[in-house]
Design a protein around this ligand. Structure first.
Ligand code: AMP
Length: 213
């Protein structure tokens, strides 16, 4: 089975993809994770991707599609996969459709996780991380006792480069699933929409119901 998870940045695609992968044993393919691994390893691909990621922009299709197609050509993706963060537009969707068609497969489900803009901005913009122990805080939902300082070890709190408010704004403007992408999967008859503002468990359950249905 091949599944795509659609939704704006901050909708919880990554978190839900991990939970669904654990429940269904489907391979989890995240282009965002692949780019972050390349940035960390300072590969040529990573250096290029970083120039876009730092501005909250999409990495060019040609580069992203090549990376994704290489990933799904490996044996562990033969039976199925769940794509998280790919496709971001119709050009990418068509490239994925063609690659799957060549294996005699297709996208079986497209799951759109919807969350309102105000909620997305607060989720992404308010996240702070302890530099020494990695504990996550949220400015309003789960703040540290003293701003900028970790409750656990007094470490300095920082924001992910692409979680800074000016970049979050750009990510939300430039990276919402475009209507024609949603239409692409609606026309194929595989689209389902899930309310992403429920509890994490409720969203997972709703997604699993569609996947197994
Ligand atoms: P994500 O973890 O999905 O939010 O992705 C982090 C960043 O990686 C995005 O802001 C983009 O710069 C880049 N990225 C991830 N997936 C794609 C994609 N399918 N197409 C273009 N850029 C992507």
């Amino acid at each position: 089975m091949f599944i795509v998870l659609l939704g704006p940045p901050g909708a919880g695609k990554g978190t839900q993809a991990q939970r669904i992968a654990a429940a269904t044993k489907l391979l989890h393919v995240s282009t965002g994770d692949m780019f972050r691994e390349n940035v960390k390893a300072e590969t040529e691909l990573g250096k290029l991707a970083k120039t876009y990621m730092d501005k909250g922009e999409l990495v060019p299709d040609e580069v992203t599609i090549r990376m994704l197609l290489e990933r799904i050509s490996r044996p562990d993706a033969a039976q199925g996969a769940m794509f998280d963060g790919f496709p971001r537009n119709v050009v990418q969707a068509v490239a994925l459709d063609q690659a799957l068609a060549a294996k005699g497969a297709r996208i079986d489900r497209a799951l759109l996780i919807s969350v309102r803009d105000e909620e997305l901005f607060s989720r992404l913009g308010g996240r702070w991380i302890c530099r020494s122990c990695g504990t996550l805080y949220h400015e309003t939902n789960d703040p540290p006792k003293k701003p900028g300082v970790c409750d656990k070890d007094g470490g300095e709190l920082y924001q992910r480069d692409d979680d800074r408010p000016e970049v979050v704004k750009s990510r939300l403007e430039k990276q919402k699933p475009p209507l024609d992408l949603i239409g692409h999967y609606r026309t194929a008859g595989v689209l389902s929409e899930i309310n992403g503002e429920q509890s994490l468990d409720a969203v997972t359950a709703a997604l699993l119901t569609v996947i197994e249905g």
